[in-house]
Each structure stands twice: as C-alpha cells, then as structure tokens.
Design a protein around this ligand. Sequence first.
Ligand SMILES: Cc1ncc(COP(=O)(O)O)c(C=O)c1O
Length: 407
Amino acid sequence: MSGFRATGAKVAKDAKGRGKGSGPRPRPEVLTVRAYAPPLEGRRGLLRLDFNENTVGCSPAVLRALRRLGGEAVATYPEYGRLREVLARRLGVGEDEVLPTGGIDEALHVLAQAFVERGDGVVTPAPGFVMYRVYSELAGAELRTVRWGPGAAFPEAGLRRAMRGARLLFVATPNNPTGSVAPRAALGRLARAHPRCLVAIDEAYFEFHGVTALPLLRRHGNVVVLRTFSKAYGLAALRLGCVVARPPVIDALARVRSPYSVNGLAAILAEAALADRGFLRRTVGEARRAVAFLRRELGRRGIRSWPSAANFVLARFGRAGELAEFLRAKGILVRDQSGHPGLEGCVRVGAGTVEQTRRFLGELDAWLACAGFDQRRRRHVQGISRKERKGPPRTPRGWAGAGEVKR
Ligand SMILES: Cc1ncc(COP(=O)(O)O)c(C=O)c1O
C-alpha cells in the first residue's frame, strides 16, 4: 500500500475475552489500545505553554456568571435547549444540526462509536492529534495514516487513496502539533470523492485561524465540523465542545452520547463566553502577535520552526527532553514531541501572550548559554543540517514517519 500506513490495533490473543483468570474481561480492543495518559498533574501556577489552552484564563464575564449560579443550577440535570439555540445562531446552522459534547474528545469518541465497525478503515494525516488513534483503536478500526507533504502541505492525493472503503477521516485544521492547515476546497473534494466516508474536520483552533469548513455542510452530507471552548475561550476545565453536521448524522451521534455528558454549568456559562467578543478578539490578537514574535526570535537563534495558524509553534531544538525538563524547573511547561517519527528534537511551545513568550525566550537563552554552545555548534547539536537551516522543510523528510502527537 503506497502513500499510507495501516496500523490496525493488535487483537488480543484471547479475542473472546476468555482464558486467563476468572474475572470479567473487557473487550479485546480495550486491552490492546495504546492508552494515552497526558501529563496533566501539578500544572497550576506554572506557565502553561504545553496544552494550547488560554494562558490568561477565561472571560471575566464567565467568572461573573459562575458566581451568580445558585444551588438549583448545581442540583438540576442539565438543560441543552438554550445552549443549542445560541450555538446554532453563532454558527449559522439549524438547531437540529448542532450537538453539544464534552469537548471535542467526546465528539471523536461518539463519531467512532457510531460510524466505525471492527475492521473498518479510519484515515488521518500524520503527525496529528493522538485521540484520533485512540478512539479508532477502541472501535477496532484499521487506522491509515498519511504523512503531511513537503513544507507541511495538505496530503490530499494520499488521503484520497487511503479513504477508499474507509468509514471516517479525521483532519484537524489548524493541525496539532504542526499548526498547518487543510484548504477547504481540498476537504470538499475529499468529501465529494468519498460520500460514504464521514469527513470529520476538527476546528479546535479555528478562532486563531479564522477560516472554517462550515460552508461545506450545505454541499456534503458526510461533512462534520468540530468546535471546542477549551482553547481560545479558555474553558478547558468545563469540557464543552460541539459537533455540527446534517440532522441524520447528529441524530446518530445523539443516540451514542450519554444524555447528560455535557455538564449543566458548562451549558449555562457558554452563553457568557460567546457574548464576550472583546475577550476573544484580544486573545486571538495576542496569540497571533506571540506566534509571529516567537518564530522571529527562534529564527534569530538559528532554531527552525514551522508556520502556524494556531496558538502554538512547533520547533526543532535538538535535545528536546532536556529542554523541557530545564524549563519545567524554571516554571515553564512545553511539550516534547520528539518521541514521534519525523519530529525528533521537536518541542511544541504554546504562544500565550507576547510577555509570556519573552519569559520563555529568556529561559531558552539560559539553557542555550548553560549548554555553552556557540551558534555553529548549537546547530550541530540540534542536528539541523546546512541545507535545512533555510526554513521549514521542503521535502517529505520533514514529516518522515507516521507520527502522532499528544496534546
Ligand atoms: C486538534 C485537537 N482536537 C481536539 C482537542 C481536544 O479538545 P477538547 O478539550 O475540546 O476535548 C485538542 C486538544 O489539544 C486538539 O489539539
């Protein structure tokens, strides 16, 4: 199979769940899935440049609304009518075309549960978001990964081939961890070429990019768009996101999602978050300035980074694990991506505010100085060849391997 790799979940030896021991046994997929345990403990009070959250917090209007909530709001099962109404209005779709979910994570889970049977193909570009792999494996799918092209170009042709007979395509735009984007026209062509395959477009970082695939919903019944309040809106702890799709798809997902999975407080507070457009504008403006500043400053230090349409930057620092440890000791969190094929030596750095970026750069300089490298030796240690120094990768080697990223 050229162009993509099939990495289907290994099936446990005891496929029927019998054998060793006499206790209850989970499904084989549950036993064999490569579980994902994000390093989420002990992060409060540190500079969180590691999970692409809002590093400033959330809108003060949300906090005010939270303080106003009384016991009844907490004691009552959630109501979603008003939430669907405000989401539909904001997104310009019908109320029967929106399903609130516990973040995009839950949306990915119910998509795989509702549309993928054991052995079905699920396609995704790599490197990409780790949970696509986790939920595909749990559904017993055959995961087919297609590498992003040279210079992080969207691999439309490879995806089109890989989608033959597949049930689901997951694409994040902007993508995590590269920050690269998938052109809407290409997504539309993929949806048209494979009408039986669901095209799930993950817009977790939409607010920073400003381009959406929502118009494709009118033309293609197999397009699904995913949004979250975890990033630009700064509501990651509330766990709120939504699926936007045609009513038959929404109906199928609603059957799988548990009836009260979105907590009632999130459902109420979302309205305050959506209403504070000023907060969103300031967040996005600051993140864009921080991304540009960070890339410029990294370049001045001879460190290669990739163009990003999101609120983070992926860059090749060389000894990535060592840098992440050094920064943690200084109270700054970043994500080492070097465990993934093609991302050796890479770290993803959240671009919160310009001020926070300055603090990161100060500690980066301390690390570089501490290591005692002059510019030429530093490049050598980073493993960046003379040819590569000029900028983002121009050959597929830049994304070699079917990597995946953790959040
Ligand atoms: C591309 C992408 N999709 C989805 C998510 C998860 O978002 P949520 O908090 O809404 O579950 C993330 C979080 O890092 C992400 O990077």
